[in-house]
Design a protein around this ligand. Structure first.
Ligand code: PMP
Length: 421
């Protein structure tokens, strides 16, 4: 077999790279829930491109649509012109996702990454309300550009980005490493007091399930109270569904668990179906205050991503998909319950096909890193999250077969049980 050769990367690629340090291998092929390296190792993928590959790698149904499109010399770039691929995606998305949920949103294609959708949502909220302030939450992750970083909680990331936090008020997320907090009451206190020093903001931006923050799901009740208070004060509610959306939690949108309807929704990652870049903002029709060309971009809508995302909508509707997802999610939840029962020091949280194993009281970030390394050495790719990387974040493909799911989980279980990592 080939020997891993990282020399080109080490010589030429920026020091900013991260994942390659945790997963030292050269990957070149992948199928379903498996990754293959140049030196012929096989890994079970519990990371899925940070929640991007809901249908696994190289899903055959989506691949066929893509290869047909390529064979037919389908248009490859169209700025924001009308294209057939875009029409087919919009139609499939409305028929599969919006109309069955009674949602009536306009779609703005941003791109190519999730951060772009967050930027567009924040800009639109400010333009639509004429206000500049924003409320965001501790533990939040919304992106790395200056606008999205301003609503991201991480102090170190903000420092690296030179962010001062002007116009943004952070409130505690409902749950976090310091326990739960009634931030809606705090919000009410600040908004109702003319002397609080806090103006009514343009928008509140929130993840319904904080992933990077440590896999903390917000309760349906908290989200409903957030919806009620934002309505009362005329504040726009932006739900960031970039990592928790597209079926990851068992429903297409994570906010559906709370029965709320946000004013704006950011979507990216898994919406592209095949790992292709795509990001969009959904918003109420009345919020479409843009003049043509006020928010542009060369890569607004990748044609191949439209084709893949249309196929992904078709897969979502295919018989057996939802039941398969529910079965795998139950298996994952059972693993979490068993682990928590066996190890009272380990906290387990999650929803659907997202599970967080919190080692804060069981060795913290150092232990989590050992578990991650052991998992990698034993054929499982899994990422960490949380304030101090103390939470193991398990994000398998939604379509993973139970045998592989069990195999990957048993490697993690071994890692968590062993004292001598
Ligand atoms: N919001 C959330 C909730 C995310 O998880 C991420 C990515 N981890 C982003 C925004 C930013 O997306 P991207 O990295 O594609 O710009």
């Amino acid at each position: 077999p080939l020997i891993d050769d990282f020399s080109v990367f080490e010589e030429l690629e920026s020091n900013v790279r991260t994942y390659c340090r945790k997963f030292p291998a050269v990957f070149h092929r992948a199928k379903g829930a498996e990754l293959y390296t140049e030196d012929a190792r096989v890994f079970i993928d519990f990371f899925c491109g940070a929640g991007t590959l809901n249908f696994g790698h190289n899903n055959d149904f989506i691949k066929r649509r893509l290869t047909d499109y390529l064979d037919d010399d389908g248009l490859m770039h169209g700025l924001d012109m009308y294209t057939q691929a875009k029409r087919e995606f919009l139609t499939a998305f409305a028929d599969t996702v919006l109309r069955p949920r009674g949602l009536s949103y306009k779609v703005q294609f941003c791109g190519p990454t999730g951060t772009d959708a967050v930027e567009a949502a924040l800009k639109l909220a400010r333009k639509a309300t004429g206000r500049t302030g924003l409320f965001a939450f501790t533990g939040a992750y919304h992106g790395m550009s200056r606008g999205s970083l301003a609503v991201t909680g991480s102090r170190s990331a903000r420092r690296a980005g030179g962010i001062s936090g002007q116009d943004v008020t952070f409130l505690p997320y409902e749950d976090g490493p310091q326990g739960t907090f009634d931030s809606i009451s705090l919000m009410e206190r600040l908004l109702a007091d003319p002397s609080s020093g806090v103006d009514v903001p343009a928008a509140v931006i929130v993840e319904p399930l904080q992933m990077e923050g440590g896999v903390y799901p917000a309760s349906p009740d908290w989200l409903r109270r957030l919806r009620a208070i934002t309505e009362r004060y005329g504040i726009l509610l932006i739900l960031d569904e970039i990592q928790a959306g597209c079926g990851r939690t068992g429903r297409f949108f994570c906010f559906e668990h709370a029965g709320i309807v946000p004013d704006l929704v950011t979507v990216s990652k898994a919406i592209g179906g095949y790992g292709l870049p795509m990001s969009l903002v959904l918003f109420r029709h009345g919020l479409d205050v843009w003049q043509p060309g006020e928010h542009t971009g060369t890569f607004r809508g990748n044609q191949l991503a439209f084709v893949a995302a249309t196929a992904a909508c078709d897969l979502w509707r295919q018989e057996g998909f939802q039941t398969g997802l529910a079965t795998a999610a139950n298996r994952l939840a059972q693993f979490g319950r068993d682990l928590a029962a066996e190890h009272p020091a380990i906290a387990v949280r999650g929803k659907g096909m997202a599970l967080g194993i919190d080692l804060a009281a069981a060795g913290g970030g150092e232990r989590a890193e050992q578990v991650q390394r052991y998992a990698f050495n034993n054929g499982v790719v899994v990422e960490l999250c949380g304030r101090h990387d103390e939470v193991i974040k398990i994000l398998p493909p939604l379509t993973i077969d139970l045998a592989r799911l069990d195999r990957g989980l048993s490697v993690l279980r071994d890692a968590l049980l062993r004292a001598d990592l």
